[in-house]
Design a protein around this ligand. Sequence first.
Ligand SMILES: NC(=O)c1ccc[n+]([C@@H]2O[C@H](COP(=O)([O-])OP(=O)(O)OC[C@H]3O[C@@H](n4cnc5c(N)ncnc54)[C@H](O)[C@@H]3O)[C@@H](O)[C@H]2O)c1
Length: 451
Amino acid sequence: MITKAPQHCCRLFLPRTRLVTTSSISPCRAALQAGRTTLSTRNNLTAAPAARRSLSTATDALLSPRPPALAAPAFRAANLSVPPRPALALARGLHSSRPTLLDASKSTMTQYKEKACLIGSGNWGSAIAKIVGRNVTEHDGFDREVKMWVFEEMINGEKLTEIINTKHENVKYLPNIKLPPNVKAVPDVVETCHDATVLIFVVPHQFVKGICQKLVGRIRPDARAISLIKGVDVSAMGLTLVSDLIKQNLNVDVSVLMGANIANEVAAENFCETTIGYSDPDNAEVLKKLFHTPYFRVSTVPDVAGVEICGALKNIVALGAGFVDGLRYGDNTKAAIIRLGLLEMKKFAKMFYSGVRDETFLESCGVADLITTCSGGRNRRVAEAMVTTGKPLDVLEKEMLNGQKLQGTLTAKEVYEILSRQNLTHEFPLFTVIYRISFESLPASHIVRDL
Ligand SMILES: NC(=O)c1ccc[n+]([C@@H]2O[C@H](COP(=O)([O-])OP(=O)(O)OC[C@H]3O[C@@H](n4cnc5c(N)ncnc54)[C@H](O)[C@@H]3O)[C@@H](O)[C@H]2O)c1
């Protein structure tokens, strides 16, 4: 009932383990954490019975006849403005907003509401703030305020947070688009997140680790997260999905949202689709309410790793599409790069992660995002400019992107490191040649010669 087969286990590396210190937390919460931790341990199927025992202990405790009394210490300790989610749902590891057996406790407590916050306020973060800010006012069960963490910058002598909170516009990263007034820019990431039940991560992936470190122990125990971040993290330990990085640091369930979603077009309310990859269906339900609009159509799939890997790897293929555009090779060649890129994305995902579904590659996060990114995205544009101007990608990133980050180069480098460490570069000729053109001064024409 509680467990699901571990979904996105990277086969290359050690199973993830995590120490839980029980002295500082209630027995109930400790049992829950221990259960969740064991359950989330990758490839460690033998851990399931122990995990079930832990969760069942927690469930029993939480189902005792005094639910408010049990819930209250955690609530007070965390200094929360709204009570924790219904205890039965929490005990099951289901972050449900639906009525539960313990909902009677609401008569003595404030009505439970989901509270969303955004960690990030760049081009995509601001476009998403517009959607989330509006949706929380249109659905019951959400707190109306949406705090958005802004990496503080001075714009013409004024703080970006102050500009956003007075003009309701992110003049640097999403100019000429009004944000709902209930979106509040906050320069402190802990203040942004401490009382949220839904943490929306939307920063360039190189900043995630540092942000998570600041948030450890500073968020609600019943929070869940969703990552809109495209990229993977590579360290000496190997490759880690951004969703896993967040999960490992914060011990929360993490879904992902990826799709053919160029921020400026979404902000202009041009119709598009997106995909949420989830492992907990109850979380998917809440998240769909938060993101779905008539012009931003959300579909949900139970495949976190598949959705996330599509989002990360398509930026590498987009660099290839840009090289082809710079070389003026035409649409047939670009279509070939897109098709071969999709095949390598799928092969990589299936080689390194279990549970990845074929159908995921036909969702918005797969083929649609790949087509968009290879037509209009920043990675394609900068790669094209590299061929036509002869300037290196990092120089063009600064010249062309006004502070935005080029994700494709970093991901190309990280994926290449993994492939070469595993002697697998020959199995991924497109990813490999894109890396060599980007970082080893290989002439761009090798994009077709080396395939
Ligand atoms: N822009 C899009 O069209 C789009 C669409 C889908 C997904 N995404 C993904 O969303 C994520 C965020 O992209 P974006 O477009 O919102 O960002 P962006 O590239 O527009 O902006 C960069 C952001 O990083 C912040 N920043 C700069 N230095 C920082 C630091 N040292 N620490 C923390 N933050 C710092 C800036 O304040 C800014 O908010 C990326 O993973 C991207 O791939 C982007």
